[in-house]
Design a protein around this ligand. Structure first.
Ligand code: SAH
Length: 363
């Protein structure tokens, strides 16, 4: 049997890449604009539909690029609830995306548009002790078209456009920096998915040098830090990355971010009973947040099967919040179950297909 090699995806190219491609073939740059219009505005499923392109060019495109979407292997939830998409990638790996419906609290406010929580890697190498995603280790980075493809598939399934996007799915987005930033270019561009930069949030476990690099990019995306501990002692117990980039180094990078972006950073703090929920941590967190003029998102821990952690009592959660608000920090505490974006995203776990079905893999 002759196997045809897999064609590169058309959804991994920016408009500049398309212009270069067209010009290398003696075509005008106008053709590139037509191509991206078919890809992202008209959502063409075949090259033949692209009726304003010359036949020869369409043939060439057909033999050079694939228009394949990410196949959905499982879809849970309904249109009005939090919905999880499980996609199969070309190499059989599985990746999850979460769609949070409109009118759910978002980033301390209300959103009237759907929010999509996108994965950036298959698995994760950072080994945060409380997180489901890293349980089975790191498999690989997602390609540009696999990041963009999650958004396209979710939009095409729901018939709504995604207006808020958070990189809080599986993986560490800043460890996949080049692909992530190229995907962001496509997601943000008016010729692409046209999602406003201020409506996109990159969440990171705290890769200081990459935060500084991201700060250099001329795009006003938002930054959220998975802090989860206000002292090195507490943080390094649950986040091994803190050994490499201790809090002082991380905050240096956050100062760079603030200087360049002039926007508020969000500090995410999962409350885990007996680990990081002491009021002394709250005071220290308040001090750090004030120094940085950051806002704080407190998230009661969502239990993960097989992990020993649990959330503190509601009274303890409220007491922790009070320390922050009394210190004048803008802070929110997620009270509604299952609706919080980071919490819903934090449940994503590496999955694998077996003859018996799809299973979550632990090691
Ligand atoms: N690697 C990135 C993005 C993925 S995690 C990061 O660390 O920010 C998305 C968010 O979900 C993070 O804040 C993470 O700490 C949180 N999270 C992970 N497991 C969780 C759980 N069981 N309950 C609540 N939030 C969780």
């Amino acid at each position: 049997m002759v196997t045809t090699p897999r064609l590169p995806s058309a959804f991994g190219l920016t408009l500049d890449d398309w212009i270069e491609w067209a010009e290398a073939r003696g075509q005008s740059r106008f053709r590139a604009k037509q191509i991206v219009e078919w890809l992202y505005q008209k959502r063409a499923k075949s090259w033949d539909e692209m009726s304003n392109l010359p036949q020869t060019l369409r043939e060439e495109l057909k033999s050079a690029f694939s228009l394949d979407r990410l196949p959905v292997v499982r879809l849970t939830g309904s249109k009005d609830t939090t919905r999880k998409f499980l996609f199969r990638l070309h190499d059989g790996r599985l990746v999850e995306t979460v769609k949070i419906p409109a009118n759910v609290h978002f980033d301390g406010g209300q959103s009237d548009r759907i929010t999509l929580c996108v994965s950036s890697q298959v698995g994760c190498a950072y080994d945060c002790k409380f997180c489901a995603s890293g349980l089975a280790g790191f498999t690989r980075n997602l390609e540009v078209e696999e990041i963009v493809g999650q958004v396209m598939a979710a939009e095409e399934e729901s018939g709504e456009s995604v207006r808020n996007l958070v990189f809080m799915g599986m993986g560490e987005p800043l460890a996949n920096f080049t692909r992530l930033t190229k995907a962001i270019t496509i997601l943000n561009a008016p010729w692409g998915l046209n999602i406003g930069a201020r409506h996109m949030t990159v969440s990171t476990s705290g890769l200081a040098p990459q935060i500084e690099k991201l700060a250099e990019l001329p795009i006003q995306i938002r930054l959220a830090i998975s802090l989860h501990g206000a002292s090195d002692e507490v943080r390094e117990q649950i986040m091994p990355v803190n050994k490499k980039y201790p809090i002082a180094r991380l905050f240096e990078a956050l100062e760079v971010w603030r200087e360049k972006k002039k926007q508020k950073i969000t500090l995410e703090y999962i409350l885990i009973e007996g680990v990081n929920d002491f009021l002394a941590q709250a005071s220290l967190l308040a001090k750090r947040a004030k120094g940085l003029d950051a806002k704080v998102n407190l998230i009661p821990y969502n239990t993960v099967e097989g992990l020993p952690w649990s959330r503190p009592t509601e009274a303890q959660q409220e007491a922790f919040l009070q320390v922050l608000t009394r210190a004048g920090v803008v802070a929110t505490l997620r009270r509604e179950k299952g609706h919080d974006i980071s919490a819903a995203c934090g449940q994503l776990r590496l999955q694998q297909e077996t003859a018996e079905g799809i299973v979550a893999v632990d090691r």
